[in-house]
Design a protein around this ligand. Structure first.
Ligand SMILES: Nc1nc2c(c(=O)[nH]1)N[C@H]1C(S)=C(S)[C@@H](COP(=O)(O)O)O[C@H]1N2
Ligand SMILES: [Mo]
Length: 411
Protein backbone atom coordinates (compact mmCIF):
# COMPACT_ATOMS: atom_id res chain seq x y z
CA UNK A 1 0.00 0.00 0.00
CA UNK A 2 2.56 2.57 1.04
CA UNK A 3 4.78 2.48 -2.01
CA UNK A 4 6.34 5.71 -0.98
CA UNK A 5 7.38 4.56 2.47
CA UNK A 6 9.02 1.56 0.89
CA UNK A 7 10.66 3.75 -1.72
CA UNK A 8 12.01 6.02 0.94
CA UNK A 9 13.78 3.11 2.59
CA UNK A 10 15.57 2.41 -0.66
CA UNK A 11 16.55 6.02 -1.16
CA UNK A 12 20.22 5.41 -0.55
CA UNK A 13 20.50 3.56 -3.83
CA UNK A 14 18.59 6.33 -5.55
CA UNK A 15 21.00 8.89 -4.19
CA UNK A 16 23.91 6.90 -5.51
CA UNK A 17 22.25 6.59 -8.90
CA UNK A 18 21.74 10.31 -9.12
CA UNK A 19 25.24 11.27 -8.13
CA UNK A 20 26.64 8.72 -10.57
CA UNK A 21 24.57 10.29 -13.32
CA UNK A 22 25.90 13.68 -12.35
CA UNK A 23 29.52 12.54 -12.13
CA UNK A 24 29.27 10.63 -15.36
CA UNK A 25 28.26 13.86 -17.02
CA UNK A 26 25.49 12.22 -19.00
CA UNK A 27 22.85 13.96 -17.01
CA UNK A 28 22.28 17.46 -15.85
CA UNK A 29 25.57 19.13 -16.40
CA UNK A 30 26.90 18.11 -19.76
CA UNK A 31 25.42 18.02 -23.23
CA UNK A 32 23.40 14.84 -23.75
CA UNK A 33 25.78 12.29 -25.11
CA UNK A 34 23.62 11.07 -27.96
CA UNK A 35 21.37 12.94 -30.29
CA UNK A 36 19.40 9.89 -31.31
CA UNK A 37 17.04 11.49 -33.75
CA UNK A 38 15.74 14.81 -34.96
CA UNK A 39 12.12 15.80 -34.68
CA UNK A 40 10.26 18.36 -36.77
CA UNK A 41 8.43 20.56 -34.33
CA UNK A 42 6.45 22.48 -37.00
CA UNK A 43 6.71 25.93 -35.57
CA UNK A 44 6.08 29.00 -37.69
CA UNK A 45 9.23 30.93 -38.48
CA UNK A 46 11.28 27.83 -39.24
CA UNK A 47 14.23 26.49 -37.26
CA UNK A 48 11.92 23.96 -35.70
CA UNK A 49 14.16 20.91 -35.91
CA UNK A 50 14.89 19.55 -32.44
CA UNK A 51 16.88 16.70 -31.06
CA UNK A 52 15.06 13.81 -29.43
CA UNK A 53 17.06 12.68 -26.42
CA UNK A 54 16.83 10.16 -23.62
CA UNK A 55 20.09 11.20 -21.98
CA UNK A 56 18.56 12.89 -18.92
CA UNK A 57 18.22 10.99 -15.64
CA UNK A 58 14.79 9.48 -15.15
CA UNK A 59 13.67 10.55 -18.61
CA UNK A 60 12.83 8.61 -21.73
CA UNK A 61 12.54 10.13 -25.20
CA UNK A 62 12.06 13.88 -24.93
CA UNK A 63 12.32 16.84 -27.28
CA UNK A 64 15.43 18.77 -26.27
CA UNK A 65 14.80 22.49 -26.05
CA UNK A 66 17.80 23.37 -23.89
CA UNK A 67 20.45 21.49 -21.91
CA UNK A 68 21.53 23.89 -19.22
CA UNK A 69 19.25 24.25 -17.30
CA UNK A 70 17.17 21.44 -18.80
CA UNK A 71 14.10 22.21 -20.87
CA UNK A 72 12.55 19.01 -22.18
CA UNK A 73 9.28 18.83 -24.11
CA UNK A 74 6.90 15.88 -24.25
CA UNK A 75 6.36 14.49 -27.77
CA UNK A 76 2.68 14.90 -28.73
CA UNK A 77 2.05 11.20 -29.38
CA UNK A 78 2.56 10.52 -25.67
CA UNK A 79 -0.75 12.29 -25.01
CA UNK A 80 -2.53 9.95 -27.40
CA UNK A 81 -1.66 6.86 -25.36
CA UNK A 82 -3.17 7.93 -22.05
CA UNK A 83 -4.56 11.00 -20.33
CA UNK A 84 -1.85 10.41 -17.72
CA UNK A 85 1.61 11.43 -18.79
CA UNK A 86 4.25 8.89 -17.79
CA UNK A 87 6.84 10.27 -15.37
CA UNK A 88 9.70 9.44 -17.70
CA UNK A 89 8.14 11.51 -20.47
CA UNK A 90 6.80 14.35 -18.34
CA UNK A 91 8.15 17.73 -19.51
CA UNK A 92 10.91 19.49 -17.61
CA UNK A 93 11.52 23.18 -17.08
CA UNK A 94 13.97 24.93 -14.74
CA UNK A 95 14.99 28.57 -14.64
CA UNK A 96 18.43 28.23 -13.09
CA UNK A 97 21.07 25.61 -13.71
CA UNK A 98 22.22 25.14 -10.12
CA UNK A 99 19.97 22.17 -9.38
CA UNK A 100 20.96 19.59 -6.77
CA UNK A 101 21.82 16.32 -8.48
CA UNK A 102 21.10 14.32 -5.33
CA UNK A 103 18.93 14.82 -2.28
CA UNK A 104 19.74 13.37 1.13
CA UNK A 105 16.34 12.13 2.25
CA UNK A 106 17.53 11.86 5.88
CA UNK A 107 18.61 15.47 6.27
CA UNK A 108 16.13 17.12 3.89
CA UNK A 109 13.84 19.55 5.72
CA UNK A 110 10.79 21.51 4.61
CA UNK A 111 10.89 24.77 6.59
CA UNK A 112 7.78 26.75 7.45
CA UNK A 113 8.36 30.20 8.90
CA UNK A 114 7.47 33.89 8.76
CA UNK A 115 4.08 35.12 9.96
CA UNK A 116 3.30 31.95 11.95
CA UNK A 117 3.02 31.01 15.60
CA UNK A 118 5.49 28.13 15.35
CA UNK A 119 8.39 27.66 12.96
CA UNK A 120 8.48 24.13 11.52
CA UNK A 121 11.30 22.06 10.14
CA UNK A 122 9.54 19.01 8.67
CA UNK A 123 11.45 15.86 7.74
CA UNK A 124 10.29 13.69 4.84
CA UNK A 125 9.36 10.95 7.30
CA UNK A 126 7.09 13.43 9.10
CA UNK A 127 5.61 14.73 5.87
CA UNK A 128 4.74 11.18 4.80
CA UNK A 129 2.79 10.68 8.03
CA UNK A 130 0.34 13.55 7.48
CA UNK A 131 -3.15 12.80 6.06
CA UNK A 132 -2.81 12.16 2.34
CA UNK A 133 -4.76 13.32 -0.67
CA UNK A 134 -4.48 12.28 -4.29
CA UNK A 135 -5.60 14.34 -7.26
CA UNK A 136 -5.21 14.36 -11.03
CA UNK A 137 -4.06 17.75 -12.29
CA UNK A 138 -2.45 19.22 -15.38
CA UNK A 139 0.89 20.91 -14.91
CA UNK A 140 1.06 23.35 -17.83
CA UNK A 141 3.80 25.90 -18.38
CA UNK A 142 2.54 29.47 -18.77
CA UNK A 143 4.43 29.55 -22.05
CA UNK A 144 3.16 26.23 -23.42
CA UNK A 145 2.76 26.62 -27.24
CA UNK A 146 4.73 29.91 -27.19
CA UNK A 147 6.54 28.80 -30.35
CA UNK A 148 3.25 29.30 -32.22
CA UNK A 149 2.87 32.98 -31.25
CA UNK A 150 2.64 35.30 -34.26
CA UNK A 151 4.54 37.53 -34.42
CA UNK A 152 7.09 35.39 -32.53
CA UNK A 153 8.12 36.31 -28.99
CA UNK A 154 11.34 35.51 -27.13
CA UNK A 155 11.42 32.63 -24.62
CA UNK A 156 11.43 28.86 -24.89
CA UNK A 157 9.92 27.95 -28.27
CA UNK A 158 7.63 25.22 -26.98
CA UNK A 159 5.06 23.55 -29.15
CA UNK A 160 2.23 21.92 -27.14
CA UNK A 161 4.29 19.54 -25.00
CA UNK A 162 5.17 21.85 -22.09
CA UNK A 163 2.38 20.21 -20.11
CA UNK A 164 1.59 16.93 -18.46
CA UNK A 165 -1.15 15.32 -16.42
CA UNK A 166 -0.39 13.19 -13.37
CA UNK A 167 -2.05 11.74 -10.31
CA UNK A 168 -0.37 13.68 -7.54
CA UNK A 169 -0.13 12.20 -4.05
CA UNK A 170 0.71 14.35 -1.11
CA UNK A 171 -0.59 16.42 1.76
CA UNK A 172 -2.73 19.53 1.87
CA UNK A 173 -0.76 22.75 2.16
CA UNK A 174 -3.52 23.91 4.51
CA UNK A 175 -2.76 21.10 6.98
CA UNK A 176 0.91 22.09 7.10
CA UNK A 177 0.04 25.78 7.52
CA UNK A 178 -2.42 24.89 10.29
CA UNK A 179 0.28 23.03 12.21
CA UNK A 180 2.47 26.14 12.02
CA UNK A 181 -0.50 28.35 12.92
CA UNK A 182 -0.92 31.25 10.50
CA UNK A 183 -1.04 34.58 12.36
CA UNK A 184 -3.79 37.13 11.76
CA UNK A 185 -2.75 39.58 9.06
CA UNK A 186 -1.08 37.00 6.81
CA UNK A 187 -1.43 38.05 3.17
CA UNK A 188 0.57 35.65 1.01
CA UNK A 189 2.67 32.50 1.25
CA UNK A 190 6.02 32.38 -0.57
CA UNK A 191 7.54 29.13 -1.81
CA UNK A 192 11.26 28.63 -2.36
CA UNK A 193 13.32 25.60 -3.31
CA UNK A 194 16.72 23.96 -3.45
CA UNK A 195 17.70 25.27 -6.90
CA UNK A 196 19.82 28.39 -7.06
CA UNK A 197 20.77 31.02 -9.62
CA UNK A 198 24.13 30.50 -11.24
CA UNK A 199 24.86 34.21 -11.62
CA UNK A 200 25.61 36.25 -8.49
CA UNK A 201 22.78 38.67 -7.73
CA UNK A 202 20.27 36.93 -10.01
CA UNK A 203 16.89 36.42 -8.34
CA UNK A 204 16.35 33.01 -6.76
CA UNK A 205 13.22 31.32 -8.21
CA UNK A 206 10.34 31.69 -5.75
CA UNK A 207 6.59 32.19 -6.14
CA UNK A 208 3.72 33.22 -3.89
CA UNK A 209 0.02 32.52 -3.51
CA UNK A 210 -2.58 34.56 -1.64
CA UNK A 211 -3.19 33.16 1.83
CA UNK A 212 -6.79 32.12 1.08
CA UNK A 213 -5.68 30.28 -2.03
CA UNK A 214 -2.86 28.58 -0.11
CA UNK A 215 -5.43 27.48 2.48
CA UNK A 216 -8.16 26.36 0.04
CA UNK A 217 -7.58 22.66 0.75
CA UNK A 218 -6.77 21.90 -2.91
CA UNK A 219 -3.20 23.22 -3.07
CA UNK A 220 -0.94 20.28 -2.22
CA UNK A 221 2.61 19.41 -1.35
CA UNK A 222 3.11 16.31 -3.49
CA UNK A 223 5.70 13.57 -3.05
CA UNK A 224 4.02 11.03 -5.34
CA UNK A 225 3.41 11.21 -9.07
CA UNK A 226 1.48 8.48 -10.90
CA UNK A 227 2.18 6.05 -8.03
CA UNK A 228 5.93 6.69 -7.89
CA UNK A 229 8.21 9.20 -6.26
CA UNK A 230 8.85 12.37 -8.27
CA UNK A 231 11.67 12.20 -10.82
CA UNK A 232 14.50 14.45 -9.64
CA UNK A 233 13.95 16.73 -12.61
CA UNK A 234 10.27 17.10 -11.70
CA UNK A 235 11.06 18.20 -8.17
CA UNK A 236 12.09 15.27 -5.96
CA UNK A 237 11.46 14.96 -3.05
CA UNK A 238 8.38 17.22 -3.01
CA UNK A 239 6.74 20.01 -4.96
CA UNK A 240 3.76 22.30 -4.83
CA UNK A 241 0.62 21.38 -6.82
CA UNK A 242 -1.67 24.31 -7.60
CA UNK A 243 -4.65 22.71 -9.38
CA UNK A 244 -6.05 24.80 -12.23
CA UNK A 245 -3.15 27.29 -12.16
CA UNK A 246 -0.17 27.55 -14.50
CA UNK A 247 2.88 25.63 -13.41
CA UNK A 248 5.06 28.61 -12.61
CA UNK A 249 3.46 28.28 -9.14
CA UNK A 250 4.17 24.55 -8.90
CA UNK A 251 7.50 25.04 -7.10
CA UNK A 252 9.74 21.95 -7.34
CA UNK A 253 12.21 20.70 -4.72
CA UNK A 254 10.18 22.78 -2.32
CA UNK A 255 12.03 23.36 0.97
CA UNK A 256 10.79 26.74 2.15
CA UNK A 257 7.29 28.03 2.93
CA UNK A 258 7.22 31.59 4.23
CA UNK A 259 4.01 33.21 5.41
CA UNK A 260 4.09 36.91 4.51
CA UNK A 261 2.29 39.80 6.24
CA UNK A 262 2.52 41.83 2.99
CA UNK A 263 2.39 41.03 -0.74
CA UNK A 264 5.50 39.40 -2.19
CA UNK A 265 7.49 42.13 -3.97
CA UNK A 266 10.34 39.89 -5.14
CA UNK A 267 11.27 39.56 -8.81
CA UNK A 268 9.28 36.43 -9.79
CA UNK A 269 5.98 37.91 -8.59
CA UNK A 270 6.55 41.63 -9.16
CA UNK A 271 8.32 41.50 -12.52
CA UNK A 272 8.13 38.07 -14.16
CA UNK A 273 5.20 35.88 -15.23
CA UNK A 274 2.86 38.83 -15.54
CA UNK A 275 0.17 39.03 -18.21
CA UNK A 276 -1.78 42.01 -19.56
CA UNK A 277 -4.75 42.89 -17.36
CA UNK A 278 -6.97 42.71 -20.47
CA UNK A 279 -9.63 40.17 -21.52
CA UNK A 280 -7.81 36.96 -22.45
CA UNK A 281 -4.41 38.57 -21.67
CA UNK A 282 -4.50 39.97 -25.21
CA UNK A 283 -2.70 43.08 -26.48
CA UNK A 284 -1.64 44.38 -29.90
CA UNK A 285 1.73 43.07 -31.01
CA UNK A 286 4.34 45.59 -29.91
CA UNK A 287 1.97 47.36 -27.50
CA UNK A 288 3.67 48.68 -24.36
CA UNK A 289 2.77 50.33 -21.08
CA UNK A 290 -0.35 48.24 -20.31
CA UNK A 291 -1.17 47.24 -16.72
CA UNK A 292 -0.30 43.64 -15.80
CA UNK A 293 -1.30 41.02 -13.22
CA UNK A 294 0.51 37.87 -12.11
CA UNK A 295 -0.48 34.99 -14.40
CA UNK A 296 -3.04 32.83 -12.60
CA UNK A 297 -5.85 30.46 -13.64
CA UNK A 298 -5.65 28.28 -16.72
CA UNK A 299 -8.15 28.50 -19.57
CA UNK A 300 -9.73 25.69 -21.62
CA UNK A 301 -7.63 24.01 -24.31
CA UNK A 302 -7.89 20.94 -26.54
CA UNK A 303 -5.75 19.10 -29.04
CA UNK A 304 -5.97 16.39 -31.69
CA UNK A 305 -3.51 13.68 -30.74
CA UNK A 306 -4.59 10.81 -33.03
CA UNK A 307 -3.11 12.51 -36.12
CA UNK A 308 0.17 14.38 -36.28
CA UNK A 309 0.38 17.76 -38.00
CA UNK A 310 1.02 17.35 -41.73
CA UNK A 311 0.03 13.68 -41.81
CA UNK A 312 -0.84 12.13 -45.20
CA UNK A 313 -3.61 9.54 -45.01
CA UNK A 314 -5.51 7.41 -47.49
CA UNK A 315 -8.81 9.07 -48.43
CA UNK A 316 -11.97 7.79 -46.75
CA UNK A 317 -15.37 9.52 -46.60
CA UNK A 318 -14.96 9.91 -42.83
CA UNK A 319 -12.33 9.14 -40.22
CA UNK A 320 -12.15 8.76 -36.46
CA UNK A 321 -10.31 11.53 -34.68
CA UNK A 322 -9.42 11.85 -31.02
CA UNK A 323 -7.40 13.78 -28.54
CA UNK A 324 -7.30 15.48 -25.18
CA UNK A 325 -8.93 18.47 -23.52
CA UNK A 326 -8.32 20.54 -20.44
CA UNK A 327 -10.97 22.65 -18.73
CA UNK A 328 -8.41 25.00 -17.19
CA UNK A 329 -9.50 26.07 -13.71
CA UNK A 330 -12.54 23.73 -13.83
CA UNK A 331 -13.71 20.62 -15.65
CA UNK A 332 -14.33 19.90 -19.33
CA UNK A 333 -18.03 20.23 -20.31
CA UNK A 334 -17.90 19.38 -24.02
CA UNK A 335 -15.59 19.10 -26.99
CA UNK A 336 -16.55 19.59 -30.65
CA UNK A 337 -14.49 18.82 -33.71
CA UNK A 338 -14.48 20.20 -37.26
CA UNK A 339 -12.75 19.12 -40.47
CA UNK A 340 -13.65 22.13 -42.61
CA UNK A 341 -11.79 24.86 -40.78
CA UNK A 342 -14.54 25.57 -38.26
CA UNK A 343 -17.64 25.87 -40.49
CA UNK A 344 -19.27 22.60 -39.40
CA UNK A 345 -18.83 21.14 -35.93
CA UNK A 346 -19.45 17.59 -34.71
CA UNK A 347 -20.02 16.37 -31.17
CA UNK A 348 -17.44 14.11 -29.56
CA UNK A 349 -17.68 11.57 -26.77
CA UNK A 350 -15.72 12.34 -23.62
CA UNK A 351 -13.64 9.68 -21.90
CA UNK A 352 -13.84 8.99 -18.16
CA UNK A 353 -13.65 11.96 -15.81
CA UNK A 354 -10.40 11.36 -13.92
CA UNK A 355 -10.67 14.60 -11.95
CA UNK A 356 -11.67 18.20 -12.53
CA UNK A 357 -8.17 19.50 -13.15
CA UNK A 358 -6.90 16.61 -15.23
CA UNK A 359 -6.88 15.89 -18.96
CA UNK A 360 -9.99 14.42 -20.55
CA UNK A 361 -9.95 12.14 -23.58
CA UNK A 362 -12.36 12.93 -26.43
CA UNK A 363 -13.19 10.88 -29.54
CA UNK A 364 -15.28 11.71 -32.58
CA UNK A 365 -15.64 11.24 -36.30
CA UNK A 366 -15.32 13.79 -39.12
CA UNK A 367 -15.97 13.73 -42.88
CA UNK A 368 -12.95 14.11 -45.16
CA UNK A 369 -12.38 15.82 -48.49
CA UNK A 370 -9.69 14.78 -50.92
CA UNK A 371 -6.66 16.98 -50.44
CA UNK A 372 -6.09 19.34 -47.52
CA UNK A 373 -8.30 19.10 -44.42
CA UNK A 374 -8.06 21.44 -41.40
CA UNK A 375 -9.10 19.59 -38.31
CA UNK A 376 -10.07 21.88 -35.44
CA UNK A 377 -11.09 21.04 -31.91
CA UNK A 378 -12.92 23.22 -29.42
CA UNK A 379 -13.43 22.76 -25.68
CA UNK A 380 -16.08 24.31 -23.45
CA UNK A 381 -15.34 24.14 -19.75
CA UNK A 382 -17.88 23.73 -16.94
CA UNK A 383 -17.79 27.50 -16.38
CA UNK A 384 -19.15 27.79 -19.96
CA UNK A 385 -15.95 29.31 -21.28
CA UNK A 386 -15.18 28.16 -24.83
CA UNK A 387 -11.90 28.36 -26.69
CA UNK A 388 -11.83 31.37 -29.04
CA UNK A 389 -11.01 31.07 -32.74
CA UNK A 390 -8.50 33.90 -32.78
CA UNK A 391 -5.07 33.54 -31.14
CA UNK A 392 -4.11 36.13 -28.56
CA UNK A 393 -0.77 37.92 -28.39
CA UNK A 394 1.27 39.20 -25.47
CA UNK A 395 5.01 39.82 -25.19
CA UNK A 396 5.57 36.92 -22.74
CA UNK A 397 3.98 34.37 -25.05
CA UNK A 398 1.72 33.28 -22.19
CA UNK A 399 -1.75 31.71 -22.02
CA UNK A 400 -2.26 30.47 -25.55
CA UNK A 401 -5.75 28.99 -25.63
CA UNK A 402 -7.28 29.46 -29.07
CA UNK A 403 -8.73 26.61 -31.15
CA UNK A 404 -5.78 24.70 -32.59
CA UNK A 405 -5.67 23.33 -36.14
CA UNK A 406 -4.17 20.06 -37.34
CA UNK A 407 -3.62 20.03 -41.10
CA UNK A 408 -3.78 16.66 -42.79
CA UNK A 409 -3.82 15.56 -46.42
CA UNK A 410 -6.11 12.83 -47.75
CA UNK A 411 -4.87 11.21 -50.95
N1 LIG B 1 12.23 25.12 -7.91
C1 LIG B 1 11.70 25.42 -9.09
N2 LIG B 1 10.41 25.11 -9.31
C2 LIG B 1 9.84 25.39 -10.51
C3 LIG B 1 10.56 26.05 -11.53
C4 LIG B 1 11.92 26.37 -11.27
O1 LIG B 1 12.64 26.94 -12.10
N3 LIG B 1 12.46 26.03 -10.05
N4 LIG B 1 9.93 26.34 -12.71
C5 LIG B 1 8.47 26.39 -12.73
C6 LIG B 1 7.92 26.39 -14.07
S1 LIG B 1 7.91 27.87 -14.91
C7 LIG B 1 7.39 25.28 -14.65
S2 LIG B 1 6.77 25.31 -16.23
C8 LIG B 1 7.31 24.01 -13.89
C9 LIG B 1 7.76 22.83 -14.70
O2 LIG B 1 7.50 21.65 -14.00
P1 LIG B 1 8.12 20.26 -14.47
O3 LIG B 1 9.57 20.52 -14.78
O4 LIG B 1 7.89 19.30 -13.40
O5 LIG B 1 7.38 19.87 -15.70
O6 LIG B 1 8.07 24.05 -12.71
C10 LIG B 1 7.88 25.22 -11.95
N5 LIG B 1 8.53 25.04 -10.68
MO1 LIG C 1 6.81 27.58 -16.93
Amino acid sequence: MDILDAKLASETSRRRFLSRAALGGAGLLAAPALAQQMVDLRLPGGNAERTLTSAFPGKGNMILQRVHPPLLETPMEVFDRSVFTPNDQFFVRWHWADIPTSIDVETFRLNVFGHVNRRLSISLAQLLKLPRVEMAAVNQCSGNSRGLFQPPVPGAQWRHGAMGNAKWLGVRLRDVLDIAGVKAGAVQVRFNALDQPVVAGAPDFEKSLDIDHARDGEVMIAFGMNGQQLPLLNGFPCRLIVPGWYSTYWVKMLNSIEVLPAPDDHYWMAKAYRVPATPGANVMPGQKGFPTVPINRMIPRSWVTSLPEGQQIAFEPSIPVGGIALGGDCGVAKVDVSSDGGRTWYKTILGPDEGTYGLRRWDGRVPLRRGANSIMVRCWNTKRVAQPMKPIWNPGGFMRGNIETTNIIAV
